[in-house]
Ligand binder design. Structure first.
Ligand SMILES: [Fe+2]
Length: 292
């Protein structure tokens, strides 16, 4: 067994104890299809949060039917949308944002995953437009390259992605297994996605994230934004996690570095109130000059 195979085996072991209802054939990514009736409350809560953001920021009424498609430009014009498409919670929308968390918590318990999670970060709701404007492309250029989030400084084991709303066939994330890499590839030193990729000789395509299918992928699993021609907007949820029972990459020393890198014990995460997280407790006004 060569170095790369040995490492991939080691990483796959992190997910060994996760419920057999998850598809584990690729080792470094495990996934599970979820009943639409189980994702429905989460989808509803995200729509409510979006609708709440529109109403509060633009100070007018929006008819709920098809409002995401109809008002996509207004949604993307919200001051709490980051260049990467993350929808930050705001002081004005605290209630509906906390409600997304509550529904996500319920779902993780329902699909038999929560008990395998040791630490969790706060989730992100992400909106990605299908056809990018030039300006937008410039910002998201990085995620259109194959990468590991470790290269961006993350120390958590893995990440969860769940595609929920919109054109998730043409607008999603694709996953790859690195087949030949070096010791430097997955060390903790920050590096650009180009630098990281240069240390990998070969990758194998593993598949894409599908709607209503939870994907839990390891930091050794490369991924990139997938955008097909004619793609429309999609909305997904993602979150950084550590898995129970593995001592690999203990991230505790890094916890205090940056609020956005914090991981909470599962117990604390379950009761998280976003009012206590500065990143999600700014007003629209405070955010309005940040990304424009
Ligand atoms: Fe990423």
């Amino acid at each position: 067994m060569n170095f790369s195979e040995k490492k991939l085996n080691q990483r796959s072991k992190i997910y060994k104890k996760i419920s057999p209802t998850f598809d584990k054939k690729h080792g470094i990514i495990v996934s599970k299809k979820i009943n639409t009736k189980d994702t429905k409350p989460l989808i509803k809560s995200i729509e409510n949060f979006l609708h709440d953001s529109l109403t509060k920021y633009y100070k007018k009424k929006f008819i709920k039917k098809n409002f995401i498609q109809k008002h996509i430009n207004e949604i993307l014009g919200l001051p709490n949308v980051t260049p990467g498409g993350q929808l930050r919670g705001t002081r004005e929308t605290m209630k509906t944002y906390n409600n997304v968390h509550k529904n996500f918590d319920t779902l993780l318990k329902k699909i038999d995953l929560y008990n395998n999670l040791e630490r969790l970060a706060w989730f992100s709701v992400r909106i990605k437009k299908g056809i990018d404007s030039k300006e937008y492309k410039k910002h998201t250029y990085a995620t259109s390259k194959k990468h590991s989030d470790m290269w961006a400084g993350e120390r958590n084991h893995a990440k969860i992605v769940l595609m929920l709303i919109g054109d998730t066939k043409k607008n999603t994330v694709s996953f790859y297994k690195p087949l030949k890499f070096t010791k430097k590839t997955f060390n903790f030193g920050k590096k650009s996605f180009d630098e990281g990729l240069q240390t990998i000789k070969q990758t194998q395509y593993l598949g894409k994230a599908n709607k209503n299918e939870i994907c839990l992928f390891d930091q050794y699993c490369l991924h990139q934004t997938y955008l097909a021609k004619g793609a429309k907007t999609r909305i997904s949820i993602d979150m950084r996690v550590d898995i129970k029972g593995s001592r690999l990459n203990d991230n505790r020393p890094s916890v205090k570095e940056d609020e956005r890198m914090v991981l909470y014990s599962a117990k604390r995460w379950s009761k998280l109130n976003y009012k206590n997280i500065k990143y999600h407790n700014k007003s629209f006004r405070e955010l309005s000059k940040l990304y424009k």
